[in-house]
Design a binder for this molecule. Structure first.
Ligand code: AMP
Ligand code: MG
Length: 403
């Protein structure tokens, strides 16, 4: 039997970051940048008002209250030709370009809000409430460096410096196939002995949560020809293929039969609970990585967390490649199989300033409802069979989020 770490090392040996690609700004969201982004111009691009108020010459306001004639309005938008002459002022809105002659903005809250004439109740310092050109970013600054993760604020910054396209590592395309002659599409009639396919929806969603573009192909029956044809058809759009089911020692375990034939895929017992049988290797002309995950729904999801998620994150060039880990205190004793790494479905919460976990499911790898109640997996090492109540245990945090 192989350890989880050995199997993951084998997976990561054949997987590397995808080659960089230029993508549109929104497609680059969630990707890793592979270029430095340089600001061609300063931010702000021009001196502008930080407040709604009145653009004034601060030296004109020698005592307060003071009344000044208002010679016009400037809103945010195309530059205005207005100029502030001595003893006059201009009504100005937030983001509007400062008019020539003015050096400060008196916020409307410091005035009577007048339109033709305004009463100013407080003296502004020179430069007050003016956002200076270049105070955020100077022309020529590197605002985002290669290797940065592009979250919402980084996407905003790229847009602010005028980029509509970015060079990034693209999202890997993950094709998900369920195998089993007992499977029907969710929502369709289930005859006797039949079940709804829950693995392809769950694994597709997992791939999206990990940052991939995922294609759910759905169900292929336990028929070697149909499976081989489907996989060969799907290869053109796959950076990773994921199948579920058909990898144990049953008589109709066709995934094992077909994948062994199509490439260098091997099937191994991995010392983990759940998820023992694991297929991995490459198939097709581009040596596409393929994961043959076990069919039991919890085994499939835990195997995804252990092996497929790190592979997707590696292709994205994103670090860290695993879920966040925290150390938590077990509320009750946790039992674990000897010689195997156990991934126990738990509820993680913070109580009295400390992480605490309690199990929310039995160990059966078909108990999907228990998996759905879990927000974390407690990871009990191979050489530990019991974590006593009050003892620490390492926990993988399953954040639930879209992309
Ligand atoms: P297998 O690995 O094909 O022997 O399947 C192991 C168990 O998982 C069996 O009880 C299957 O019915 C179940 N199973 C396999 N594939 C799926 C699936 N896509 N959705 C739900 N259960 C499945
Ligand atoms: Mg099966």
């Amino acid at each position: 039997m192989r350890s989880v770490d050995e199997h993951l090392a084998r997976v990561l040996q054949v997987i590397g970051p995808l080659p960089a690609l230029e993508l549109g700004l929104m497609d680059a969201h969630g990707c890793v940048l592979t270029e430095d982004v340089v600001a061609p111009a300063p931010l702000p691009g021009f001196d502008n008002s930080a407040m709604d108020g009145y653009a004034v010459r601060s030296e004109d306001i020698v005592e307060v209250p003071m009344r000044l004639p208002v010679v016009g309005d400037i809103a945010a938008g195309p530059a205005s030709p207005l100029r502030v002459q001595p003893g006059l002022c201009v009504r100005i809105m937030t983001g509007a370009m400062m008019p020539a002659g003015a050096d400060a903005v008196v916020p409307v809250e410091w005035t009577d809000g007048g339109v033709a004439q305004v009463r100013i109740d407080r003296r502004p310092e020179p430069g007050a409430h003016v956002r200076r050109s270049g105070e955020d970013v100077r022309a020529g600054d590197v605002v985002l460096t290669a290797g940065s993760y592009l979250g919402a604020s980084q996407i905003g910054l790229a847009a602010a410096v005028g980029r509509s396209r970015l060079l990034v590592r693209p999202r890997p395309r993950v094709v998900v196939v369920s195998t089993g002659s007992e499977l029907v599409e969710p929502g369709e009639q289930v005859g006797p002995g039949m079940i709804q396919d829950s693995n392809s929806p769950a694994l597709t969603a997992s791939a999206i949560e990990a940052g991939a573009i995922a294609y759910r192909v759905g169900i292929v029956p336990d028929d070697p020809r149909r499976l081989a044809d489907t996989l060969e058809d799907q290869l053109v759009r796959a950076d990773i293929l994921v199948t579920s089911g058909g990898v144990s020692v049953g008589a109709y375990d066709v995934v094992k039969e077909v994948l062994s034939r199509l490439g260098t895929v091997s099937f191994d017992k991995v010392a983990m609970q759940p998820g023992m049988p694991q297929g991995f290797g490459t198939i097709g002309p581009d040596s596409t990585p393929v994961f043959g995950l076990p069919g039991n729904p919890v085994s499939a999801l835990v195997s995804f967390e252990a092996f497929v998620r790190p592979a997707i994150r590696t292709m994205l060039g994103a670090l860290p490649i695993e879920r966040p880990r925290v150390s938590a205190v077990a509320d009750v004793a946790l039992d674990s199989a000897p010689g195997k790494r156990s991934f126990l479905r738990v509820q993680l919460e913070v109580r009295e300033g400390a992480y605490r976990v309690r199990p929310v499911s039995g160990a059966g790898s078909h108990l999907l409802a228990g998996m759905a109640r879990a927000n974390a997996l407690a990871v009990v090492p191979e050489d530990v069979t019991r974590v006593e109540a009050g003892q620490p245990v390492e926990v993988l945090v399953l954040e639930r989020r879209g992309r």
